[in-house]
Design a protein around this ligand. Structure first.
Ligand code: COA
Length: 183
């Protein structure tokens, strides 16, 4: 497996992979799902302004990870909703360096082979002193695959996020999960 930075020529494949893992296909819920409406254009805007990796097996993109550094203006310019996202969890104000794990996905046929683990480890290797956090859907559908993945990596639930309206999904709620680096 090769992990490298995403490039513009990868965007179409990343978009297709994300679409294939979309929340709209609830038959896949046990494998996890993405509550994301990113277009190819949205993904492209993250290039060079995020931690954006692809995982390849035999030159085929089988996984990706997108993360942004909190406090990094370039990273956050695509994240207008960021304050709403963070303020529910006081623990996150107490760390110096923080990365928000925005999205990750592994092609269904390649899951449970350590691909998401490898892209997460790549991010940690590049940012060994950062704390990490993410949001995982709990209602109306619980993303158990993702919860199990992050708990396996030592993340703990530190709060929740419940907007009045979220991507037209009624009763949406996500849990906040974090891996806090001790000072
Ligand atoms: C969540 C997801 C990214 C995990 O990717 P992956 O490449 O299969 O993960 P890994 O193989 O690195 O898993 C590492 C460990 O996490 C846990 N885990 C991963 N997927 C799991 C699942 N479906 N059920 C239970 N535990 C799971 C296991 O402990 C696993 O270790 P094991 O296989 O030795 O038991 C993948 O299921 C996925 O793409 N889901 C759809 C999109 C999504 O939910 N993304 C996350 C939200 S942004």
């Amino acid at each position: 497996m090769v992990i490298r930075d995403a490039q513009i020529s990868d965007i179409n494949k990343i978009f297709e992979l994300a679409q294939s893992l979309s929340y709209n296909d609830t038959s896949l819920a046990e494998e996890g799902f993405l509550v994301s409406g990113y277009s190819e254009d949205n993904y492209e805007k993250f290039l060079g302004k995020s931690f954006f990796y692809v995982a390849l097996i035999e030159e085929k993109i089988v996984g990706y990870r997108l993360a942004v550094e909190v406090g990094n203006p370039a990273h956050l310019q695509n994240y207008t909703s960021f304050h709403r996202v963070t303020w529910l969890s006081n623990e996150l104000f107490e760390v110096d360096k923080l990365i928000y794990l925005a999205q990750s996905g592994t092609a269904v046929d390649y899951q449970r082979r350590g691909i998401a683990s490898a892209t997460l480890q790549h991010l940690i290797n590049q940012n060994p002193n950062h704390s990490l956090f993410c949001a995982i859907a709990e209602k109306p559908l619980r993303n158990q695959a993702s919860i199990s993945f992050f708990e396996h990596k030592g993340f703990q639930r530190i709060g929740y996020f419940k907007p009045e309206k979220f991507k037209n999904i009624s009763e949406y709620m996500s849990g906040r999960y974090a891996l806090i680096k001790k000072k």
